[in-house]
Design a protein around this ligand. Structure first.
Ligand code: DSN
Length: 479
């Protein structure tokens, strides 16, 4: 454990050095800390990384090119990058019980692209090349290559639909994944809001995807990955799980057995900055047969790795291997459940009626609002959330009908179940006092709303009073 003074000194000194060159940047960095300290952050995908993680990113590693992987680089002089990349991968393997870890992806989207690339290269391109008696695409003539491209065609992906909580990169048509793959999606049961595994199996049997994707960014329940793997096996699909949102719950052993994707999936992708509480970035875990292709992620899919971020990943993953991380993960879920119960008790309608994980989705049509109106009214009241679709959303993906709330960040600050009930009261107060506005022609607006500023001010004050008991980065004093 570093001394409290060390953290203040480190950040203060860094700002002093930056200020001497461009004071506005130093000012913005300090202002960001002040804003984060003051805001009641319920964005389910955000968190607060530790000072050690943050500091591991501000150094000379950012100057180094290191395409390739440990021990097999396209640049000389990567011995120290090898050290941090190997450490991060080792911590990731140990933490998640994975056969292989690739820690270079810069984000979750990049991690998913690496996974798609690996599956396409392994399952589609490699057999076609073998048939053509070529080792790699460079060995083909231009004509052969075009013929091969035509023959390979688009492959099929089956993922969770966006409005049911799936992610853009799981084949949503406007996203590149929806252009690389012929995509079909599975939704949730219209009554329970839960994944209907029989229905997933039925779609898979009919569609025969190359890749079955599990995982979500806005589904408030556990997912049974054993069943999804059985479905994938029954149709010969590769089973991929995007655990970006709940990686911290897997690391903290809240999700075990059928609910831990790592033993069941062929390939698992994640971000490192959400419930896992690391630096902004991504990662791929996979079974041995995909390791070689995954390791080609850079330069085949990704730009040069970010060694400074890999150093921070190593630090954060080491933190997540400590026993107190399991306690943190359990508190995230206890807090989400307390928040959900507090809202339901006050009359809010939640998708699936509650949560098993770190997030909940409020269907704000029960308050007569769109997601956009609710998001803004909450923001006016010092509560930071984001709007989100609900299943079969009547308001589409821009205005939406839901508000997604999550507890990883506030749990890092130390707030507990008692505070969650207070927050439920604040959210309910704002939403029940906000009214939808009208367009000039008298039709209902999906964006305009009215909220008495006195209510917004009072809730803002209550939110900030609540946070004063839970200082963010208590050992960092920039004054
Ligand atoms: N942007 C992330 C989220 O908020 O869930 C996923 O990409």
């Amino acid at each position: 454990m570093s001394s409290p003074n060390a953290e203040s000194t480190a950040f203060r000194s860094a700002l002093e050095v930056i200020r001497a060159v461009e004071p506005r940047v130093a000012g913005a960095i300090a202002a960001e800390l002040a804003d984060q300290r003051e805001s009641l952050k319920l964005i389910a995908s955000e968190n607060y990384a530790s000072p050690a993680t943050l500091l591991a990113m501000g150094n000379w590693f950012s100057d180094k090119y290191a395409e390739g992987t440990v021990g097999r680089r396209f640049y000389a002089g990567c011995q120290n990058v090898d050290t941090v990349e190997a450490l991060a991968a080792e911590h990731a393997r140990e933490l998640f019980g994975a056969a292989h870890a690739y820690v270079q992806p810069h984000s979750g989207i990049d991690a998913n692209l690496v996974a798609f690339w690996a599956v396409l290269a392994d399952r589609v391109e490699a057999p076609a090349l073998r048939r053509a008696q070529a080792r790699q695409v460079n060995d083909l003539t231009e004509a052969d290559w075009f013929a091969l491209r035509r023959e390979l065609g688009n492959q099929r992906m089956l993922g969770m639909s966006l409005d049911a909580g799936g992610h853009l990169t799981h084949g949503f048509r406007p996203n590149i994944s929806g252009k690389m793959f012929d995509q079909r999606s599975y939704g949730t049961d219209p009554v329970t809001g839960l994944i209907d595994y029989d229905k997933v199996a039925e779609i898979a049997r009919e569609f025969k995807p190359l890749i079955l994707v599990g995982g979500y960014s806005a589904y408030p329940r556990k997912v049974n990955f054993r069943i999804l793997r059985e479905i994938a096996d029954s149709v010969g699909a590769t089973f991929m799980v995007d655990m970006a949102h709940f990686a911290g719950l897997v690391a903290g052993k809240v999700f075990t057995g059928d609910f831990d994707p790592v033993p069941h999936a062929h390939i698992v992708t994640t971000t490192t900055h959400k419930s896992l509480r690391g630096p902004r970035g991504g990662m791929v875990l996979c079974q041995p047969e995909l390791a070689e292709q995954v390791d080609r992620g850079c330069p085949m899919v990704l730009g040069g790795p970010l060694p400074h971020v890999m150093a921070a990943k190593a630090v954060a993953l080491a933190e997540a291997r400590r026993p107190d991380f399991a306690d943190y993960a359990q508190r995230i879920v206890a807090n989400a459940q307390a928040l959900a119960e507090g809202l339901v008790r006050r009359g809010a309608r939640l998708v699936t009626g509650g949560t098993d994980n770190h997030l909940a989705i409020i269907d704000v049509t029960s308050y007569g609002l769109t997601g956009r109106q609710a998001e803004q009214a909450l923001l006016d009241s010092g509560i930071v959330t984001n709007r989100n679709s609900v299943p079969q959303d009547p308001n589409g993906a821009w205005y939406t009908s839901g508000i997604r709330i999550g507890t990883p960040a506030l749990t890092t600050r130390g707030l507990g179940t008692g505070e969650m009930d207070t927050i439920a009261e604040l959210i309910h107060t704002v939403l029940s006092r906000t009214t939808a506005g009208a367009n000039p022609d008298g039709t209902a607006s999906k964006a305009k709303y009215a909220l008495d500023p006195a209510v917004a001010d009072k809730v803002s004050r209550q939110a900030s009073e609540l946070l004063t008991g839970f200082p963010l980065y208590p050992n960092v004093d920039l004054t």
